[in-house]
Design a protein around this ligand. Sequence first.
Ligand code: NAD
Length: 288
Amino acid sequence: MTERIDGHTILIGLMAYPIRHSMSPTMHNNAFAKLGLNYAYLAFEVTNETLPSAIESIRTLDMRGSNISMPNKQKVIPLLDKLDPAAKMVGAVNTIVNDDGVLTGYTTDGIGFMKALTDEGLDIRGHKMTLSGAGGAGTAIAVQAALDGVKEMSIFNMHDATWANAERNVKLINEQTDCHATLHSLEDRDDFKQEIQSSYIYTDSTGVGMKPLEDKTLVDDPSWFRPDQIVFDTVYAPRTTKLMKVARQAGLKHVYNGLGMMLEQGAAAFKLWTGEDMPVDYIHQILF
Ligand code: NAD
């Protein structure tokens, strides 16, 4: 690391709170080192209160950009000069690019989801997806999948604080993309089963299956799946969730956790800042 840092090193940040647990600094700094790029990526504890001055420092210090995470993903929007269309639809930003003082906000979680599938040789464009969850991850996935050409989407959510989010997502997708989206209640189990059975892919973005809901799944009956379907769980700890086990029991070959999405959302940000492809396989080996 010290061998790489000199007077020309370009800084990229990560602004969130809490943030010390993040794998992103390891991911990006190892990728810079591997490709011989003179950048450094550092995590900064930034709250809603300190966000305005932190964002201004991107311009002041001529940083190349920053990642943004909770609790700042929505609050950052009014502080930026431009928004990528997907970030505008999602209503959240996880990546900022600084072009000569002009700050543009992007969201790369949805890109990461779509890329994780193409990495496996899978193309869900023109097909139907059932998606459970409409929080941060679910919104990014729904919007990017619709923008990229998924034909039909059935979004299931529980009646919690994110229901309004789900309503907004469905409305925007129907108004602004060629995808036909519908909203369904997770409580209607027959409807849920029927929509999954008529889908090419089922994606779970609820976090059920991760601590403290490890060993839980929204679908516990293998007969809900067909062997030719795709099941994608955004959870990556544990590596194999209960949902994935149920899908494998049903004979599915295409069953994925969120690891590929996590790596590819980072790779998409890396590309925006550096113009280079992140060595994803190498980073995978280092991190996991
Ligand atoms: P969030 O809090 O914004 O949204 C949570 C969603 O799950 C909401 O729709 C909520 O209604 C639903 N939900 C919560 N508990 C539920 C339950 N018991 N039953 C049914 N639905 C329930 O969270 P988020 O930021 O969208 O994250 C969701 C999951 O996605 C987490 O597991 C997170 O780790 C994962 N994630 C993965 C990646 C990746 O790159 N792989 C990126 C972001 C998030």
